[in-house]
Design a protein. Structure first.
Lengths: 161, 216, 857
């Protein structure tokens, strides 16, 4: 339900911070590795970079247990409906991170086979440039996203509380 | 004694983590410590200047022509004769790179006849909006002292604007492990790869000459 | 300075000889080939598949052998010799080697030599990417230069004209621009200066390179020495998308290609169609594309409000137009214009008016042309190629150089090749300099000249001798809008009587011939059928349904009908009658009086300003379709861009209006409409857009002349006049009674001996290439080239009026302009610029008063 109050009270502000903190610190990604970016994504999860430091313990195979979809790689026209289905199956609140040039814009594959930007299929919260982005670039995206959630309101992907 | 070894056998496996504890963690503590990038790392582009402050870019569009991802948009213009922006007749008055399309292949760097465009070690470019990923001249062009300019999205939580404005903040952030010797060094930092590229082995330097009648 | 034309004896052998070519055998690199005798070796080798590098050679220009790049070995009596293949001609048994080591060494040496002083600033050079020097250095040149010394330096760039910039450092002295300006355009304004190392191309001091064809020098320049101001640094060749098309700035329809980059037209280049334009373009063809990108384009439908215009949606606009037009009787609606559109659009308009609206009132001409049936179906019609073949050319119409510049080049080429030229015009024209005979007469007294010619008057003996040398091609048209339109009929009738006669009608507005062929004239139906021809029109009725019975009105009658209330609604299709109709004030009044005016236009013009609804139209380069030029050649225009904003093609909007009115018009697909034309219009049988694209190899298809000739006869009112009643040429002193529309010209002869003391002057509107038209005004690069308006007066008249050059006079009591004293203006005439804002206040009065302003103080 859309918030009716205009000025947030002290109680709500504190609760909001608490909820946001909880959300940022336990954001589990759904594995959506589609191409070479997925290798970097795996590397980001492994010991040298260790995504677990940010509460992203594990890439979930089931979308129902995931909050963040990292679209890592080029999305073909055939994969687009699958991508959308996985997104729809994720529970609210959920976020999408578009990793690398192909997922974000199609990159150098400006052709009929690829979706020219995954934001044509799902709403994207964070774009990470790179081809592929290194683990630290990806982590920069994730941390920026976490910061965004921390500063934001308690709401789901459609902007409803 | 086989029964003893059978008993201890499963426990032997626990020695592995014990041994590893001694070696300490391999994890790089990213936001605090940045990885040393390889020397020829392909990071964000910059547009360079000559030491006299003139822009190196002449708006020739060769970078745009060679770009396999078509992510560069350049338009040239007549240099104002009284206050030229770059040596020669032409300067690039529009220079835009869509970082989201860019595949960081550095073909633009290869194609550039004046070494105007080079790639830095800057890699933190995540954006929440596609429009922010289009870097224009303002963002790409290095300052007169050689410091790369800040990206368009100032609200990035990892961008400490205070540090950035000190000039060498970005240098230090991307210098090898934030080494102390880069403290305070702002001009022509090799780690950021602004300025001229050192020649690769077996090549002549290829340093472009600043023409003497640069005002023409 | 070179003089033109060259003496006929000294003419160079040209590759395009009139007779069937004689073939000879030659050997190129050990292989036998056939070649046309007298052909340049470089061309023969190219036909045989051996490309010889070249810079100065151009197939349309005389050979000079300047660059020495095309050296080949030719066997001669003293062994093999290195010769420039562009300057030698094939002979029987010639043995040529283009690949030997000696040849390669020579070519490499020449290239290295050319590059000595050529600045290697390819990254900033506009030519880089399409540069013959670059390309041939790659294919035929040395890898490296041994030259280490300083290169020659010049100040650069120098603006040699408003449109062309010169970079002398890049110049390789190939002489191409000099030859184009001199041989082709006839404006020898650019040439070599200095000697030796300092040799450079330059204009003459204080004389800019003000040629109407200066853009061609930019196109032929093999390096980036000549660049155009409006393309300079705008784009690089490799990101240009090329769309083949034809230029619609005049009725010649020069072939061109539109170069676009990132959704904008960046430049227009000439394309070669030897039947039409030889690859040349006028500067207006080339540089007027700026109007397409103009910010002043109408990009949404507009509705008139009390104070101006408001933007409305297309749905709203279509509803309003269909509701208002649907509420009227068909014959209360008239359509003016359609000459700037493609054949398909003109066809859709013609069908829309005649079937959906039910009105016969359509006219593509704004009273500034002549009889539509004559223009559309004159017999025997000349092709442009016939000009080359003619022995004598008679030009009696608008100034070709100003109005149909590329046709001027063709006439010039013919004269250069030895044809005679007779020019008849009321004042100086661009062709006078090369004409064999020039007849100059007072504007409005043209029929006297005709009568004299027809009756073999003694004063015309020399001219008649020239005209007796056939075949004669007569180019006839209306010399100015102040002239009686029936004069063109008389000229055509006279031209028909000449030996081997061929006739070419001259109208200048874009696709007016296509529009007439599509039936956009009150007395024509699609396919050059007269409305009175019941057999042929019943064929059209099979597809179209019943045609309106009423007689159609032409533009003049429609405009007067709008004032009297007979015509309630006017549809302006790319027409600006307030500027182009001979009586601008009448046009403006009609548009104000009309109950409902729809303008389909790309700009808010003086006319569309009065419209209740403006529908934004797509311009040239945004619509595809076919067009028909002045010889009846149907060619294809291409769409390089989507229409700007919400602008649409006329077919689309008329279809929507028809649907909204409950009728069905045509397809939205140009190819389908083109096929419909091919079935409906008899003359266009089998001529479809797709057919032209796939079968005509770019040359277009000439509409065959119909069997049912429209025979032009000398109009009886001229024939009945006494043959030697009135003197002609400059000495005439007649007072012309104003003529309206197609009314017969009243003619009052007066005594020749009486000097010119009347206070009325006959008016001649001199056309100019850069007139103050809507396209010129909105094209930034040529907008400044519009000449300041002046009143041309004969020195004698000027002395009678006691005015000097630059004095301000009042013409017709309303227009104040400075005087230009010009001997080429016949006595008793005034020459005013055509289509200029300054002359808008004038009415269609062929005779005007001219009064000097006296300084009262």
């Amino acid at each position: 339900m859309a918030s009716q109050s205009t000025a947030p009270g002290i109680l709500m502000t504190t609760l909001e911070k608490g909820v946001n903190w909880a959300r940022t610190q336990s954001m589990w990604p759904a594995s959506f590795g589609l191409a070479c970016c997925a290798i970097e994504m795996m590397g980001t999860g492994a010991a040298h970079n260790d995504l677990a430091r940010f509460g992203m313990e594990i890439f979930r195979a089931s979308p129902r247990q995931a909050d963040l979809m990292i679209v890592a790689g080029r999305v073909s026209q055939k994969m687009a409906p699958v991508l959308r289905q996985v997104y729809d199956q994720m529970v609210e609140p959920k976020w999408v991170l578009s990793m690398g040039a192909c997922a974000s814009t199609g990159g150098m594959f400006n052709n009929y086979a690829l979706v020219q930007g995954v934001d044509q299929v799902v709403p994207v919260d964070m774009y990470v440039p790179g081809c592929p982005p290194g683990p630290q670039s990806l982590m920069h995206g994730i941390l920026t996203l976490q910061q965004m959630i921390m500063d934001g309101k308690i709401q789901n992907s459609t902007g409803v509380l | 004694m086989s029964w003893l070894s059978d008993l201890l056998g499963p426990l032997k496996g626990f020695l592995v983590p014990l041994r590893q504890i001694r070696k300490g963690p391999v994890t790089r503590k990213y936001p605090q410590v940045k990885r040393v990038k390889p020397q020829r790392f392909h990071g964000r582009h910059t547009l360079n200047r000559y030491p006299n402050g003139m822009e190196k870019c002449i708006g020739c569009e060769l970078c745009a022509g060679v770009c396999p991802a078509n992510c560069i948009y350049v338009r040239g213009k007549d240099n104002p004769p009284d206050n030229p922006v770059s040596p020669g007749e032409r300067w690039g008055f529009v220079y835009e790179i869509n970082m989201l399309r860019c595949i960081f292949c550095a073909m633009c760097v290869e194609a550039c006849p004046t070494q105007a465009i080079t790639m830095t070690h800057l890699f933190e470019m995540s954006v929440t909006n596609r429009d922010d990923a289009i870097y224009t001249r303002t963002e790409l062009l290095v300052d007169r002292d050689g410091t790369p300019n800040y990206p368009p999205h100032e609200d990035s939580p990892l961008t400490n604007l205070e540090e950035l404005r000190k000039g060498d903040g970005w240098m230090r952030a991307t210098s090898p492990s934030g080494r102390r010797e880069y403290e305070g060094i702002v001009a022509w930092t090799p780690s950021a790869r602004t300025g001229e590229l050192p020649a690769e082995r077996g090549q002549s330097s290829g340093t472009p000459q600043v023409s003497e009648d640069a005002d023409g | 300075m070179r003089s033109m034309p060259p003496s006929k004896e000294g003419r160079q052998p040209l590759s395009d000889t009139k007779n069937a070519p004689e073939m000879v055998n030659i050997t190129i690199n050990g292989i036998q080939h056939e070649a046309v005798a007298g052909e340049r070796v470089i061309i023969a080798a190219e036909k045989a598949g051996e490309y010889i590098p070249r810079f100065c050679h151009h197939p349309k220009l005389d050979p000079v052998g300047k660059c020495r790049q095309c050296l080949v070995e030719v066997e001669g009596p003293r062994g093999k010799q290195l010769l420039p293949s562009c300057a030698i001609y094939v002979t029987d048994g010639m043995v040529i080697d283009t690949q030997s080591d000696v040849v390669k060494k020579a070519q490499k040496g020449v290239l290295e030599y050319l590059l000595i002083n050529h600045p290697l600033d390819c990254p900033v050079c506009d030519k880089a990417g399409e540069c013959p020097l670059q390309d041939q250095t790659m294919t035929h040149g040395p890898g490296e230069s041994r030259f280490v010394e300083a290169k020659r330096k010049f100040k650069k760039p120098i603006p040699v004209s408003d449109l062309v910039l010169l970079d002398r450092e890049r110049c390789i002295l190939c002489d191409r621009c000099v030859r184009v300006a001199d041989q082709i355009a006839g404006d020898p304004l650019i040439t070599f200066n200095e000697r030796g190392n300092q040799t450079q191309i330059l204009t003459f001091p204080n004389e800019p390179f003000a040629s109407y064809f200066s853009g061609n020098t930019v196109q032929v320049c093999p390096v980036g020495a000549l660049t155009s101001t409006d393309y300079r640094f705008r784009a690089r060749p490799w990101d240009l998308e090329i769309t083949p098309t034809v230029s619609l700035r005049d009725t010649v329809h020069s072939n061109a290609e539109i170069n676009t980059s990132r959704g904008r037209v960046i430049r227009v280049y000439g394309a070669t169609n030897d039947h039409v334009n030889d690859g040349w373009l006028s500067d207006k063809d080339r540089f007027s594309f700026g109007a397409i990108n103009s910010d002043e384009r109408v990009t949404t439908p507009l509705r008139k409000t009390g104070t101006g215009f408001e933007e409305i949606t297309w749905a709203d606009a279509i509803d309003t137009v269909s509701a208002r037009l649907g509420a009227m009787i068909g014959t209360e609606v008239g359509s003016i214009g359609g000459a700037n559109n493609t054949n398909e659009e003109a066809y859709a308009l013609s069908k829309f008016m005649r079937t959906v609206i039910g009105s016969p009132h359509v006219d593509a001409q704004l009273g500034d042309g002549f009889e539509p049936q004559l223009a559309a179906a004159v017999i025997p019609r000349a092709k442009i190629d016939d000009i080359d073949a003619a022995t004598t050319i008679l030009v009696w119409g608008p100034d070709l150089k100003e109005r149909l510049p590329v046709l001027y080049l063709r006439v010039r080429k013919a004269v250069r090749n030895g044809a005679n030229l007779v020019v008849v015009a009321p004042t100086r024209t661009g062709l006078d300099a090369i004409a064999t005979h020039v007849i100059r007469y007072r504007a409005g007294s043209g029929q006297d000249v005709i009568r004299k010619l027809a009756n073999a008057d003694k004063s015309m003996t020399a001219i008649l001798e020239t005209l007796a040398e056939g075949p004669v091609v007569t180019l006839f048209g209306r010399t100015s809008i102040a002239e009686d339109p029936r004069l063109a009929e008389s000229v055509a009738a006279y031209g028909r009587t000449l030996d081997g006669a061929k006739l070419m009608p001259l109208l200048q507005r874009a696709n007016v011939f296509g529009a007439l062929d599509m039936g956009l004239a009150p007395n024509l139906l699609p396919g050059r059928i007269s409305t009175t021809d019941t057999d042929a029109s019943s064929h059209i009725e099979e597809t179209w349904g019943p045609l309106p019975d009423a007689l159609g009105r032409d533009t003049a009658a429609m405009l007067s009908g709008a004032v009297s209330g007979d015509i309630r609604a006017l549809i302006l299709v790319g027409a600006d009658p307030v500027r182009d109709f001979p009586d601008p004030q009448a046009a403006e009044k009609a548009l104000e009086e009309a109950e409902f005016v729809v303008a389909i236009d790309a700009f808010v013009t003086d006319s569309s300003r009065h419209a209740d609804i403006i529908l934004p139209a797509a311009l040239w380069s945004e619509v595809e379709g076919t067009v028909t030029n002045l010889e009846g050649r149907v060619q294809v225009v291409g769409a390089a861009l989507p229409p700007k904003g919400q602008a649409r093609s006329v077919i689309g909007m008329l279809n929507d209006i028809a649907t909204s009115m409950g009728a069905e018009l045509t397809s939205f697909d140009v190819s389908v409409v083109s096929k419909e034309i091919a079935t409906v219009a008899p003359a266009y049988q089998g001529i479809t857009r797709d057919g032209i694209v796939f079968t005509s190899s770019g040359a277009g298809i000439v509409v065959p002349s119909q069997e049912a000739e429209i025979i032009v006869e000398m109009a009886p009112r001229y024939a009945s006049m006494a043959p030697d009643a009135v003197p002609t040429e400059a000495s005439g002193s007649a007072v012309i009674v104003p003529a309206q529309g197609t009314q017969p010209l009243g003619y009052i002869p007066t005594d020749q001996a009486v000097p010119m003391v009347t206070d009325r002057y006959t008016l001649h509107y001199a056309p100019a290439m850069y007139d103050d038209g809507v396209i010129t005004r909105h094209a930034p690069s040529i907008a400044d080239l519009v000449r300041d308006p002046t009143v041309g007066l004969n020195p004698r008249d000027a002395s009678i009026l006691a005015v000097a050059n630059g004095s301000i006079v009042v013409v017709d009591g309303s227009v104040e302009l400075p005087v230009r004293i010009d001997e080429a203006v016949p006595e008793g005439s005034v020459v005013l610029p055509f289509n200029h804002a300054a002359t808008k206040g004038l009415q269609a009065v062929p005779a005007v008063t001219v009064e000097p302003i006296r300084d009262e103080s």
